[in-house]
Design a protein around this ligand. Sequence first.
Ligand SMILES: [Cu+2]
Length: 183
Amino acid sequence: MQYALLLLFLVLAAVIALVFIIVYLSSKKSDDELKGMANPLQKRFWFLLILFVCLGIFALITIPRSPYYLFAKEQPAKVVHVAAGQFFFTMSYKAINPDKPEGEMTIELPANQLVEFRVTSLDVNHGFAIYSPSKQIVAQTQAMPGYVNLLRWKFEEPGTYTVHCLEYCGMAHQVMQTTFTVK
Ligand SMILES: [Cu+2]
């Protein structure tokens, strides 16, 4: 499905590019008017053509590798529900009741196995960014009210991971954090 959408997008993009090229070519002035100007216009045409071809190749290579396709066909070993709010993260192995958000005191996840986070927000937009024990960001998604965003990841490094909010959400945004352990 995602590949079909990607293909559709690329075909539409190619059609639009083709229309632009046809309009550009058909709007060229006659040779008489172009005396002395032919060279710069031709240069511009080739510049744009090469630019579009390069951008097309770049999109073809990078879009299928975007993280949205990561582990799409695998079954997660562990599912963690996340409810973000001003200014806290609640994490649980079970579904979280939005009226009474209660989570686990500690979350432990297996290393090198697929983990799925189901992330939502109870009030405004938040970020859900996971930092490794060496303080490097490893994965992130948005926590949005009314939506559940799936984030799948395999943690290789054991240790304590920290979650920070990456979306400015109010006065105490910077203190919004939680942790979990990977063993
Ligand atoms: Cu925030």
